[in-house]
Design a protein around this ligand. Structure first.
Ligand SMILES: Cc1ncc(COP(=O)(O)O)c(C=O)c1O
Length: 488
């Protein structure tokens, strides 16, 4: 009797689970369609003032749960109110757009819920990741024993590179801790993760030397040499050079080839942070900005920036797999129980449990091929060229960025860039960010959404100009009438 009741209960629960799954799946479709429609109708979600957020949306978690219908309603609200990063008016950060095939890959990764640490658990997904890493190594001309891993982002990839460099400099550090004053070199235009990672790695923020750049934001190698010699004279231990391929604000490329000899002479690990623009490895036209990359010790590129995959996907490769093993391999007999270590990716990763972030980029690359990847990278430069040409031909604009960069930096009518970007956001018009370099502040238009067309870039400028025309007082501009009064 008891067992029959138990059986009936189990059956009942199974039915509910299955039924719920189907219902959630249907709801998912509905929610995605709602999002796509919303993106069209209201490309920039009207922002909720942060101080009002918890009053305006029901976000509090409670003892009692909600009915499905109530929950779905909450999700609808959240979706509608969340900024639309795939819309035609999102230019705020170094990612944008939505590549359908990459989303498909990512959705499958979610449903499979794979963890990438062992072949036993991840099976062929290990092959997906290995193939991706191998293809990147091939594209940059790394030797046969190169290896890599997929990390949670460029900051983490940069961190792992720094750790490998530290262990390669002195294999005892990982046992005894840092005994010497290790010194890191990077340009003053580098991403903030370099300095943060220096602190996290126990090297210290003060041991980071920020090297001067030339007018175009590229590292000045004379200053680099000077700094290294100075540190050597003081008995410090220079060990790591970070070069940036696509600096965060200007999109500039540090001179890799020319830095190689300096690294060889002073025994520095040469890392190339291509989190932003490393995607040019696909482009016959633009990969010249990575000249010398095959001589780097490590290189990172982000799938979720130029290559358009959903967040997050960052590939870190190193020319000798020994370094990845030396710094990250650990024994754990409760985890690594079968198969060859080269198929147990947890042996060379930072995390233990790790999302399958390879599948989305693999799916995209597999679907459009290396040539398709090249087109989407080149298109971003075409969009940037279009934007620069527009700016140059219009006297109301001042251009601050250079050729061959997908960060188009400018000011319009002398309006304070911070104020302009803030108001465009508050009024739900455009999401675009501002930056500064060499004492100038400017709007930074990033043409990283390869789904955009020239018309979309034109639309960006028209929307901005229209907004300025209608909000002169807000932006501190004198109206025509008050100008006349002043001059009469
Ligand atoms: C040059 C550079 N490196 C690293 C990063 C950090 O990448 P992530 O945001 O994936 O941590 C960025 C982010 O913008 C970047 O521009």
């Amino acid at each position: 009797m008891i067992s029959r009741t138990l059986q009936a209960n189990t059956l009942y629960i199974e039915c509910i689970v299955l039924f719920m799954n189907q219902k959630d799946l249907d709801q998912f479709q509905h929610l995605v369609q709602l999002l796509l429609k919303k993106e069209q109708d209201e490309p920039v979600a009207y922002p909720i003032p942060s101080q009002d957020l918890f009053d305006l949306i029901d976000l509090k978690l409670t003892d009692e749960g909600l009915s499905d219908e109530e929950l779905y309603k909450r999700l609808e609200i959240l979706i509608q109110k969340t900024p639309k990063t795939a819309s035609k008016l999102f230019f705020n950060q170094l990612f944008a757009g939505r590549k359908s095939k990459a989303v498909l890959g990512d959705l499958i990764a979610v449903v499979l819920n794979t963890s990438m640490y062992t072949y036993k658990v991840a099976g062929p997904m290990v092959g997906v990741e290995k193939s991706l890493i191998q293809s990147v190594c091939d594209l940059i001309g790394f030797p046969k024993n190169a290896e890599g891993t997929i990390t949670s982002g460029g900051s983490m990839s940069n961190f792992m590179a720094m750790v490998m460099a530290k262990d390669a400099y002195d294999a005892q550090i990982k046992h005894n801790g840092i005994q010497q004053k290790l010194i890191i070199y990077t340009s003053k235009e580098c991403h903030y993760s370099i300095e943060k990672n220096a602190a996290l790695a126990g090297i210290g923020r003060k041991q980071v030397r920020f090297i001067k750049t030339n007018a175009e934001g590229e590292m000045d190698l004379q200053d680099l040499t000077f700094q290294i010699k100075e540190d050597e004279r003081n008995g410090f231990a220079p060990f790591f050079l970070n070069l940036t391929a696509g600096t965060t604000v200007l999109g500039a490329f540090d001179p890799i080839d020319a830095a190689t000899e300096i690294c060889r002479k002073h025994k520095l690990w040469m890392h190339v942070d291509g989190a932003y623009c490393g995607g040019i490895i696909f482009s016959q036209k633009y990969k010249r900005f990575l000249k010398g990359i095959e001589k780097a010790d490590s290189f990172v590129l982000n799938g979720h920036k130029m290559l358009g995959t959903p967040m997050t996907c960052s590939i870190l490769v190193t020319r000798d797999k020994k370094n990845l093993n030396d710094s990250f391999a650990s024994e754990a007999d409760y985890l690594f129980q079968s198969d060859d270590d080269s198929f147990n990716l947890g042996k060379t990763s930072f995390q233990c449990g790790r999302r399958n972030d390879a599948l989305k980029l693999w799916t995209l690359w597999k679907s459009i091929g290396t040539k398709g990847m090249e087109s989407l990278v080149n298109h971003q430069f075409d969009l940037a060229n279009y934007a620069r040409t527009y700016i140059k031909s219009n006297a109301d604009y001042q251009l601050f960025s250079f050729e061959n960069s997908i960060s188009v930096c400018f000011n319009y009518k002398g309006i304070d860039a911070k104020l302009l970007c803030e108001q465009l956001y508050r009024k739900g018009k455009i999401l675009v960010s501002h930056g500064s370099s060499s004492g100038n502040s400017f709007v930074r238009l990033v043409t990283i959404n390869s789904d955009n067309t020239f018309d979309d870039i034109q639309h960006f400028f028209e929307t901005l100009e229209d907004f300025v025309k209608n909000n002169k007082t807000l932006l501190g501009l004198k109206s025509e009438q008050s100008k006349k009064q002043l001059t009469s």
